[in-house]
Design a binder for this molecule. Structure first.
Ligand SMILES: [Zn+2]
Length: 115
């Protein structure tokens, strides 16, 4: 059975909540485990590494969250599922795999090809 926009919207809402929760957890751990609090010298390297990893993960999560929020806002102005570049209706199978997709398959691959 093909997926409906309503189901995709629900999926996006779940993702939004999920991403926000993950971001909050990371922000918390970055604050709490600040580098320099450790008494063991050997742990400092690990903490720096983990913090750097958290920062890049947080950046990635924030970007995903922005995509999800952007997709959700499109439900309000009625442009959800429409390619931002060429205005074609994005294939449902693609939206099912990636509900926050902003481009149709053709535009996406063209963009990746020119990168
Ligand atoms: Zn397109």
């Amino acid at each position: 059975m093909p997926v409906t926009y309503d189901e995709l919207r629900k999926e996006l809402l779940v993702q939004e909540r999920d991403l926000a929760a993950q971001l909050e957890a990371i922000a918390h751990s970055v604050r709490e485990d600040g580098v320099g609090y450790s008494n063991h010298m050997a742990d400092v390297g690990t903490e720096v590494f983990e913090q750097a990893r958290d920062v890049s993960l947080a950046r990635q999560l924030r970007r995903s969250l922005e995509d999800v929020e952007r997709a959700l806002s499109k439900f309000n102005d009625g442009t959800y599922g429409i390619c931002e570049a060429c205005g074609t209706i994005i294939e449902l199978a693609r939206l099912e795999a990636l509900p926050s997709a902003r481009l149709c398959m053709q535009c996406q691959s063209r963009r990746e090809g020119t990168r």
